[in-house]
Write a protein that binds this ligand. Structure first.
Ligand code: ADP
Length: 388
């Protein structure tokens, strides 16, 4: 290179070409994701690029290398290319993931969920840990505080939300908008808007033998064709584990946060961490862990740790997220679920624990978005760490 001017020009051409190299896993280009650490052009057109991967042993390295080389080939000033590989630091990796998540959120599917709604996926590694009970109680708790809360029962095979919330009926349609209208339940000043497969089939008799793909489409309809209106929160009862429906939802709602429900048992904790890694691979933010069935507390206040102890806090530490709370085993929880009156509406240890979790969600774990409030807006901006 003979002049710094042409050097800058070549540098720009290189950067332009690198913007065309997309990390196949993260779905954004490597410049935007902050993976291009250094570009040095020496005399005689020798180019050295330093690329940082999310992990040193990233299997996509060969693909990225091929793409970089084939793109740089089109720049005649470059006669030789060498690539140095390095690894993103933890902090850089977090920023890269945030950026990828933000980019995905820009082209999400046109759902009827407004951008100012905070959606929370309630997930678990396996069934029977109390995920649906927690969903029904948290949604009720949010509504008790005067909020409008959508409840999407995406646990399609094992739908139990209608029973737990005591809402039964059939989904109807709005003649004008041609959209499905959720069933509503008033809780104090707040409102629950509920959609469940249970409102489409005969709740008690039908068994759903639909295949994953069809179920995935059903859930898609629930997001695209339901007239949800303005919601403060959308709480989603996810099917247990990882599968087509979970992944479909993660793709459709990339701005969603996830709360993982686990029990104190180590085995349950291990399967729950698999769900968390699915969430992370779709860049969903994990807002926290809830430990359910933590201990049994007698009337005298004595605690028995029936299912062991420590699963919740250990999972939270493993994921680097807060433990939002621990809910004791209490027959009033299942009674409440069985007769459609979530336990959070009553008094007692379980209700206290659930109410504390709801407050934690509103105040810190998943604060509400107020589009008119600059502070909230700034929080969203910073939480995705975009440096333009
Ligand atoms: P999942 O959605 O994870 O399959 P459910 O919410 O359906 O789990 O709960 C499974 C069973 O355990 C239900 O009968 C429910 O009423 C009961 N249950 C859930 N949490 C508690 C609790 N903290 N104490 C007592 N029973 C509970």
């Amino acid at each position: 290179m003979d002049s710094s001017g042409s050097m800058t020009e070549t540098h720009d051409k290189v950067m332009n070409q690198l913007r065309g190299v997309v990390d196949p896993e993260l779905g954004s280009d490597i410049v935007d994701l902050g993976m291009v650490k250094d570009v040095v052009i020496k005399d005689e057109g020798h180019l050295n690029i330093t690329i940082a991967l999310t992990t040193a042993g990233c299997p996509l390295r060969a693909q990225i290398q091929k793409d970089v080389r084939s793109r740089i080939q089109s720049i005649t000033e470059i006669t030789r290319v060498t690539i140095d590989w390095t690894e993103l630091t933890d902090e850089e990796r977090a920023k890269t993931m945030d950026r990828a998540r933000y980019n995905l959120s820009q082209d999400d599917v046109a759902t009827q969920i407004s951008k100012s709604t905070k959606s929370i996926m309630i997930a678990s590694g396996k069934g029977g840990v109390g995920k649906s009970s927690v969903t029904a109680n948290l949604a009720t708790g949010l509504a008790m505080r005067g909020l409008t809360v959508g409840v999407l029962d995406a646990d399609i095979w094992g739908f139990s939300i209608p029973q737990m919330l005591g809402v039964h009926g059939r989904l109807g349609g709005n003649e004008e908008t041609k959209r499905i209208v959720p069933l509503e339940k008033q809780v104090g000043e707040g409102t629950l808007k509920i959609v469940s497969m249970g409102f489409l089939v005969n709740e008690n008799k039908s068994s759903l033998n639909w295949r994953g793909l069809i179920l995935n489409r059903a859930v898609r309809h629930f997001l695209e064709d339901v007239e949800w209106g303005e919601l403060d929160y959308l709480v989603i009862d996810m099917p247990p584990g990882t599968g087509d429906v979970q992944m479909g939802l993660a793709k459709m709602l990339p701005r969603s946060d996830m709360i993982v429900v686990t029990t104190p048992s180590k085995t349950v904790q291990a399967v729950a961490s698999r769900v968390a890694s699915m969430a992370q691979s779709y860049y969903l933010r994990i807002a926290g862990v809830i430990e359910n069935m933590s201990s049994f507390i007698t009337e005298e206040g004595k605690q028995y740790e029936i299912f062991g102890s420590g699963g919740g806090i250990q999972l939270a530490q493993e994921l680097g997220v807060p433990l939002l709370g621990s809910i004791p085993i209490d027959p009033v929880v299942s009674e409440g679920s069985d007769n459609g009156l979530p336990v959070i509406l009553k008094e007692g240890y379980a209700s206290d624990a659930l109410n504390a979790i709801v407050d934690e969600i509103i105040h810190s774990a998943v604060p509400r978005i107020n589009p008119l409030d600059c502070t909230a807006h700034n929080t969203i901006e910073t939480s995705v760490s975009i440096n333009n």
